[in-house]
Design a protein around this ligand. Structure first.
Ligand SMILES: Nc1ncnc2c1ncn2[C@@H]1O[C@H](COP(=O)(O)OP(=O)(O)OP(=O)(O)O)[C@@H](O)[C@H]1O
Length: 664
C-alpha cells in the first residue's frame, strides 16, 4: 500500500494551512473586498491570502453562488441509490464513528461521513449543534458538500485536494457557512489514492480546536484500515471464483477484475499477460472482444465485488463463421466502447477508429438519430483521450436561449448586463479549459453564434461579454447532431467553414433498425442495469416477448429500448411477457407487420442451419471430435454444447458413439 497522504497536515503542501494565524475579522474584510472586486495588490501578497484568494477564485469561476445559505440536498430517491452504492463504506465507517462519538459527549461538534462525491451519508454528535447545522445551513444526511455545489468547505476541499484540511469560519467561500469551522480528512481506498469519502468534524466557529484535525485523520485512518481488510477478503473471494471459472471453462482465456475494474488475475499465458498490461494502463482493452462476463457478488449483501471476464477466441471458430456466412451479423461478438455495446461489424469498426481518434485529440463530429448514443460516444472519446483528467462538459446547444448564448459560452464580466451575476461568470469555454466541450445538437446554433464559435476554433481565443481582455482556453470540441448538416449548408442555415472545422473526423452511428443484431445486446444490457436499479433477483423474457422486441423498429433507438425495458420491469416481478411490453412494440409485432420486420428472426433460423451445416460438414470430413474442434478453433466442451443445441448426433457422422471426454 502507498504511504498515506494524510501525513501532509495541510491545505497545501508548501503553505500548511493549519499553521496560519486565524484572523477571522481580517479574513472577513478580505472576503468582502474579493467579492466587491476591490482587492489591492498588497493584499494579494501574503501566502495565506494567496491561498484563500486562489480557492475563492476557483469557486467563483465554477459558478458557485456566494450568497448560498443552505446546502443542496439530493432527492430521496437519489439519496437512497447513493446509500445503496456505498453500503460497504457505511457498514465499515458508522460503527467507528459511533465509537468515537461516545468519547465526545460534551464536545460541541458533529462528526460527518460523506461518500466520494461529498454527499453526507451519516451525522453523529452533539444534538444541539446537529439541530443548528440542519436548520441554519441544511447540513443533513443527503446534502452535498463538494466544492462545485458548496464552494470552499471542509468536506469539499478535502475531497478536491485529497488531503486533510481546516476550513475556518470566514475562510469559507459562501457566506452561509461563515459561522462554522470544519476539519476534514479523506478516507483512501486500499490503493492509497482513490478517495472513498470524507470524515469531517464541524463546530460553530468559536468552539473550534486545532486538535479536531488530528481526530478526523485518526478516524479516517481506522476506517481505511478496516476497508483494506474488507478488500482483501473480497480479493480472496474473487480469486476463488476465478479458479472455479477456470475449471468450468478450461479452454477459455479469462481475467478477474476487482470492484473498480482493475485486473487482479489472468489465465497464465502470454496473450492474457499482454491484455492485462493494456488493461492496467488504459482501464480496459478495447482491442479484445469479450465473450461473456460473470459478476462475483458478496455472499450476504449481494453487492458486486468483481467480475470474471471470458475473452473471445483470438481466431478460429467465430472467424470461420464470420467469413463464411456473409450477410448476417447474428453471431458476431459484442464489442464495447465504454458503455456503448454493439455486435454490428460497422459499429465495432467505428469503436476501433474512435479509440485511435481519441488519442489524436482532433475535433470530432458525430452524426446520429436521437437516442443512438452520441453523448455516450463523446464521453468515451474524452475518457480515452490524454485529457481524461480534465473537465468534460456536455452542452445542449438547442436548449440555450439565443440571447444568452454568447454569455453562456464565453462568460461575462460584472455589470455586463442587468440580471447577471454581480461577480461575473466564466463561460463553457473557460470551464472546460484543457478538457473536452461536447456540443450536442450543434445544428441548432444560430448564425451569430456560429461565427463566434468559428473564431474560437480558429485561434482558441475569445473575450467575456463586457470585456476587452482576450482569454485563451484550448478545449477539444466534440460536436453531435441528428441533422443533415450538408443540407443545412445548402439551405444557408449552417456555415460551411464551421462544418469543416468541426468535422476533422466525422462518424455516423447507424440507427438501431439498421443493426437489428444489437436489439438483443441492448435489451440484455438494460435488463441488467434495471435489475440492479430496482433490486430484482433476475430478469427473464418469454420467447414471445423477445421476438416482439426484436421485430419492433425502435424509432427512438437505444433510449427507447432502455425506457421500454424499465417500464416492462416495473410492471412485472422480473418475468417479462408480452403483457409487460409497451403497446407500440406489440402493435409492430402483430403478424401483418411481419413482412417488414421479420428479417432478424429468419436470420437467426438460417444462422442455426448454417452453423449446423458447417459442423456436420466438418464431422464428415474429419470424423473425430477433437479434430473438428481444432479446425473450428473451439474447445471440445463447446463443440459438445453445440451438438446438443443444434440437435446433432455425432455418432451418425463418425460411425462411433463418442462420449464427451473421450480422447479422440
Ligand atoms: N449502444 C449502446 N449501448 C448501451 N447503451 C446505449 C447505447 N446507445 C445508447 N445508449 C444509452 O441510450 C441512452 C441515450 O444515449 P445518448 O444520450 O448518448 O443518445 P444521443 O444520441 O446523444 O441522444 P440525443 O440526440 O437525443 O441527445 C443513454 O441512456 C445511453 O446510455
Amino acid at each position: 500500500m502507498k504511504p498515506n497522504p494524510t501525513l501532509h497536515m495541510g491545505f497545501h503542501d508548501a503553505t500548511p494551512y493549519v499553521g496560519f494565524h486565524k484572523d477571522v475579522r481580517g479574513v472577513r474584510g478580505l472576503w468582502e473586498r474579493f467579492n466587491a472586486g476591490l482587492l489591492d495588490i498588497e493584499e494579494r501578497r501574503t501566502p495565506y491570502h494567496q491561498l484563500l484568494l486562489g480557492e475563492w477564485q476557483r469557486c467563483s469561476s465554477l459558478g458557485v453562488d456566494v450568497a448560498m445559505t443552505k446546502g443542496r440536498r439530493l432527492s430521496d430517491d437519489e439519496f437512497r441509490l447513493r446509500r445503496e452504492a456505498e453500503q460497504l463504506l457505511l457498514e465499515t465507517s458508522v460503527p467507528i464513528v459511533q465509537d468515537v462519538g461516545h468519547f465526545l459527549v460534551d464536545v460541541p461538534g458533529i462528526m460527518i461521513l460523506t461518500e466520494r462525491t461529498g454527499t453526507v451519508l451519516h451525522i453523529t454528535g452533539d444534538p444541539a449543534v446537529r439541530e443548528r447545522a440542519a436548520v441554519q445551513s441544511g447540513i443533513v444526511e443527503g446534502s452535498q458538500w463538494n466544492e462545485l455545489t458548496a464552494g470552499t468547505n471542509g468536506m469539499g476541499t478535502a475531497l478536491a485536494k485529497g488531503q486533510p484540511v481546516h476550513v475556518f469560519a470566514t475562510e469559507h467561500f459562501c457566506e452561509g457557512w461563515h459561522s462554522w469551522s470544519c476539519a476534514a480528512s479523506p478516507i483512501f481506498d486500499a490503493d492509497g489514492q482513490t478517495v472513498l469519502g470524507i470524515i469531517d468534524f464541524t463546530t460553530i466557529e468559536a468552539d473550534f480546536r486545532d486538535q479536531a484535525l488530528g481526530l478526523t485523520v485518526s478516524v479516517a485512518n481506522s476506517i481505511q484500515a478496516r476497508m483494506a481488510l474488507h478488500r482483501e477478503l473480497e480479493r480472496r473471494r474473487l480469486l476463488t471464483a476465478f479458479s472455479d471459472a477456470a475449471r468450468h471453462y478450461p479452454h477459455d482465456d479469462m481475467l478477474a477484475l476487482d470492484h473498480a475494474g482493475r485486473p487482479v488475475m489472468h489465465t497464465p499465458n502470454e496473450r492474457c499477460r499482454q491484455i492485462t498490461e493494456r488493461w492496467v494502463s488504459a482501464g480496459s482493452d478495447d482491442t479484445v472482444a469479450v465473450r461473456t462476463t460473470i459478476d462475483v457478488e458478496a455472499p450476504n449483501s449481494g453487492t458486486r465485488i468483481g467480475t470474471i471476464v471470458l475473452l473471445a477466441k483470438p481466431s478460429g471458430y467465430q472467424r470461420v463463421f464470420r467469413t463464411e456466412f456473409k450477410g448476417t451479423t447474428a453471431i458476431e461478438q459484442v464489442g464495447r466502447f465504454g458503455e456503448f455495446a454493439s455486435r454490428d461489424p460497422d459499429t465495432r469498426r467505428m469503436f476501433d477508429d474512435l479509440q485511435r481518434i481519441a488519442a489524436a485529440e482532433v475535433n470530432v463530429l458525430i452524426i446520429g438519430e436521437t437516442g443512438t448514443g452520441k453523448e455516450l460516444l463523446a464521453r468515451q472519446v474524452h475518457a480515452c483521450s490524454p485529457r481524461h483528467n480534465e473537465p468534460y462538459l456536455p452542452v445542449n446547444c438547442g436548449a440555450i436561449s439565443e440571447h444568452l448564448m454568447e454569455s453562456t459560452f464565453f462568460g461575462y464580466v460584472k455589470g455586463a448586463f442587468s440580471g447577471a451575476d454581480p461577480r461575473g461568470r466564466a463561460g463553457y469555454f473557460e470551464s472546460a479549459k484543457g478538457g473536452t466541450l461536447f456540443l450536442d445538437e450543434v445544428g441548432e446554433l444560430p448564425p451569430a453564434m456560429q461565427v463566434a464559435l468559428l473564431r474560437v476554433l480558429e485561434d482558441g481565443s475569445f473575450q467575456r461579454v463586457g470585456s476587452c481582455e482576450t482569454i485563451r482556453a484550448s478545449c477539444r470540441i466534440i460536436a453531435a447532431t441528428h441533422r443533415n448538416l450538408e443540407e443545412l449548408i445548402a439551405q444557408g442555415r449552417f456555415r460551411q467553414d464551421l462544418y469543416f472545422r468541426l468535422k476533422v473526423v466525422q462518424r455516423t452511428i447507424k440507427p438501431l433498425r439498421e443493426r437489428p443484431c444489437d436489439i438483443d445486446v441492448l435489451v440484455d444490457q438494460f435488463a441488467e442495469v434495471m435489475r440492479r436499479k430496482h433490486r430484482l433477483v433476475a430478469v427473464n423474457f418469454t420467447a414471445e416477448a423477445r421476438d416482439a422486441l426484436k421485430r419492433y423498429h425502435w424509432p427512438g433507438n437505444a433510449r427507447e429500448v432502455r425506457n421500454a425495458i424499465e417500464a416492462a420491469l416495473l410492471c412485472s416481478d422480473g418475468d417479462i411477457g408480452l403483457e409487460c411490453l409497451p403497446p407500440e412494440v406489440l402493435r409492430r409485432a402483430e403478424p401483418e407487420d411481419r413482412s417488414a420486420s421479420a428479417v432478424p428472426i429468419e436470420s437467426m433460423a438460417s444462422v442455426r442451419d448454417y452453423e449446423r451445416q458447417i459442423i456436420v460438414g466438418m464431422l464428415r470430413k474429419y470424423r473425430k471430435v477433437n479434430q473438428v474442434a481444432q479446425a473450428l478453433g473451439i474447445a471440445r466442451s463447446t463443440l459438445y454444447r453445440k451438438f446438443a443445441e443444434l440437435n446433432i448426433n455425432q455418432s451418425e457422422f463418425t460411425g462411433a458413439d463418442i462420449q464427451p471426454g473421450a480422447d479422440y
